[in-house]
Design a protein around this ligand. Structure first.
Ligand SMILES: [Zn+2]
Length: 339
């Protein structure tokens, strides 16, 4: 069995258990317009919890996942619900904390795989944005071979690679560099696409042109990029992984634009159809938690939602035990192993 690079070192792939393939545990995704403003943090209380969850980007402080004691309790709840591993995809630009992840993994027993590479251009410091593809590829390779953010904690994945729609020049270089680092190391890539149905196709074109096969690439946020099954199936035909990573988000209001966000039931209907059509083995499921309002400590569903609640929904929809294991354990394990 292959081994996977976790924040605590190599781990046998057959010891990963149930995997959340796209989460954030320690990061800061504060929107740029709020970051330097004088507006005070919104305290999250019983009185404010709904308002913050409904418009998560409008409340300063909500995007700062920096409270290690809370993170520890949230990971412990995930483990208690049967969770084994989290892929923590906080890339350069959103304040990744690999040394903090190592401490949390050691304290909770949850295996954590850290992500290399760069988030969307507006979040990345100007000095990084000026570099050419060669420099960026060497940087990502060093995150995988040497360590991230000045630590000796090595990345086991590339991503989430941040992309806008339309792509800006830095993001084209970041994608090319990710493909080159993938080719050199064999480490799989997870991409955050811009909010447009063509965005994942343009991203795959760039990755393929730089030598990355779609089988080594996951496209995140399918739930807010496509609103009809044929468009999802057309993307799947290219051979990449499709990630439904808004599990737990049941609001009708998408805070980043006009979109018919699905509920968990609707996600499962798409997934059921994908399995029937023969591409269930290319699906990944996660929550993409990146705000305090989605943590159990602040009234949210927490990392335990997928292991604790979703298998029951799946059984009600006729998913077999083998299909549930494929979606929650086998697929993300195969993805991180590059298979
Ligand atoms: Zn994310």
């Amino acid at each position: 069995m292959a081994s996977v690079t976790t924040v605590l070192g190599p781990r046998s792939a057959d010891a990963l258990g149930l995997i959340l393939p796209h989460e954030h545990v320690l990061c800061d995704l504060t929107p740029l317009d709020l970051r330097d403003s004088a507006i005070a943090d919104t305290p999250i209380t019983l009185e404010t919890a709904h308002a913050v969850a409904y418009r998560p980007n409008d409340h300063k402080g909500n995007h700062r996942l920096t409270q290690r004691d809370i993170a520890k309790a949230e990971l412990a709840a995930f483990a208690k619900a049967g969770g084994g591993t989290i892929f923590e995809l906080s890339t350069v630009g959103i304040a990744p904390d690999p040394a903090g992840l190592r401490d949390l993994s050691a304290a909770t027993g949850v295996a954590i795989v850290a992500g290399a590479g760069f988030y969307t251009a507006p979040f990345v410091a100007p000095e990084f944005r000026a570099h050419d593809v060669g420099f960026l590829a060497d940087f990502i390779e060093s995150q995988i071979r040497v360590g991230c953010a000045g630590s000796d904690v090595k990345a086991g994945l590339i991503g989430e690679v941040g992309c806008s729609w339309p792509l800006v020049d830095f993001e084209r270089r970041s994608l090319a560099a990710s493909a080159i680092a993938h080719r050199r190391t064999g480490v799989s890539i997870n991409v955050h696409p811009g909010r447009h149905p063509q965005a994942p196709h343009e991203i795959l074109d760039i990755l393929e042109a730089n030598g990355a096969a779609p089988a080594g690439v996951a496209i995140s946020h399918i739930d807010r990029t496509y609103f009809d099954y044929p468009a999802m199936a057309a993307l799947a035909k290219r051979g990449c992984w499709l990630e439904f990573d808004f599990f737990g988000i049941e609001t009708s209001n998408y805070w980043m634009g006009v979109a018919d966000l699905p509920t968990d039931w609707m996600r499962l209907r798409y997934i059921r159809q994908a399995i029937s059509d023969g591409w269930g083995d290319r699906l990944l499921l996660s929550h993409d938690i990146c705000t305090r309002s989605r943590l159990a400590a602040y009234g949210g569903h927490g990392y335990a939602h997928l292991p604790a609640n979703v298998p029951g929904l799946m059984r009600d929809r006729g998913f077999s035990a083998a299909e549930i294991a494929m979606l929650m354990c086998d697929n993300p394990r195969r993805f991180v192993c590059g298979a």
